[in-house]
Write a protein that binds this ligand. Structure first.
Ligand code: SF4
Ligand code: SF4
Ligand code: SF4
Length: 272
């Protein structure tokens, strides 16, 4: 039973967050929201422990679809980065800002890029494409993410500077159009570079938050150098080109690890 302690612990943590936000903000939505996400993640961990090979994909679909369809389309919460800027500028500490604080700014100090591996609705679709591991070497295009990041900030900043009306409607349509553009760019890049995660590596503006915070992540895959025979299998199955055999924080592409566990599952020496 000891092996089931991590999913139980995750569930307890999420329930604690759910209950605290529910009581402090007097809004039962938070109880439902964080309980659902906690249950989904715990279920995925449980399935992983039971060696179900699609465990990660189950969580990705449960959380990603919930955020995209229910929070985005039904509740009209813009959970894209534009939504984060919008709620930040209006001073409203509600769903989008809480979501960013938990999943993308402070959470990565604990669970690194877990969001990218288990919850992102953009990657949820990209991971269905045929290039699970990159077919070629990494391109030096990571700078593009700073442009998309700046564009999102400028776009929302301009709405406030020019006192544009109907901001709630604009943010809803920005969410829809933004997602369509992200999917189109993500799919085009995946086929162009033969790499499902090319969008994550070069374009995604959220990585501007995710990368520096996940550098300090508590949860990370480490290598037992005594067992490792340097066969390189872990590197070949990694979708993010991480050199997981290097235990230092400065490992190559270390801030890109999405904790998918493909390297762990495929290491012939159980060194990870
Ligand atoms: S890098 Fe961006 S698009 Fe990729 S999984 Fe993370 S948040 Fe989603
Ligand atoms: S797959 Fe395992 S044994 Fe091979 S290089 Fe990676 S950690 Fe070492
Ligand atoms: S294969 Fe390993 S190193 Fe690569 S992203 Fe997945 S967990 Fe991280």
């Amino acid at each position: 039973m000891k092996k089931y302690a991590p999913p139980v612990l995750i569930l307890i943590i999420f329930e604690a967050v759910a209950a605290s936000l529910w009581l402090s903000k007097n809004n039962i939505f938070y109880l439902f929201n964080f309980s659902y996400i906690g249950l989904s993640i715990s279920l995925g961990m449980f399935l992983y422990i039971r060696r179900y090979k699609h465990a990660r994909r189950v969580v990705q679909l449960l959380v990603g679809l919930y955020m995209l369809v229910y929070l985005g389309l039904v509740r009209r919460e813009n959970m894209q980065i534009e939504g984060f800027w919008y709620y930040l500028f209006t001073g409203v500490f509600e769903a989008a800002t809480i979501h960013y604080a938990v999943a993308k700014i402070f959470g990565p100090l604990i669970f690194g890029r877990g969001w990218c591996g288990y919850a992102c609705w953009t990657a949820m679709v990209l991971d269905f494409l045929p290039y699970k591991t990159p077919a070629g070497p990494r391109k030096k295009l990571g700078w593009i993410r700073y442009i998309t990041f700046a564009c999102s900030l400028l776009f929302v900043g301009a709405l406030f500077v020019f006192h544009v009306a109907h901001l709630e409607d604009i943010m809803f349509w920005a969410f829809i159009i933004g997602n369509v553009l992200y999917y189109a760019a993500g799919i085009a890049l995946a086929f162009a570079f033969r790499d499902n995660r090319a969008f994550c590596k070069y374009l995604c503006p959220i990585t501007v938050f995710l990368k520096p915070m996940s550098y300090y992540s508590l949860m990370r895959v480490t290598c037992d150098r005594e067992k490792c025979v340097s066969c390189g299998k872990c590197r070949r199955v990694c979708p993010m080109d991480v050199d997981v055999t290097d235990n230092s924080r400065k490992r190559e592409n270390g801030t890109e690890c999405i904790l998918c566990m493909e390297c762990v599952k495929n290491c012939p020496r159980k060194a990870l």
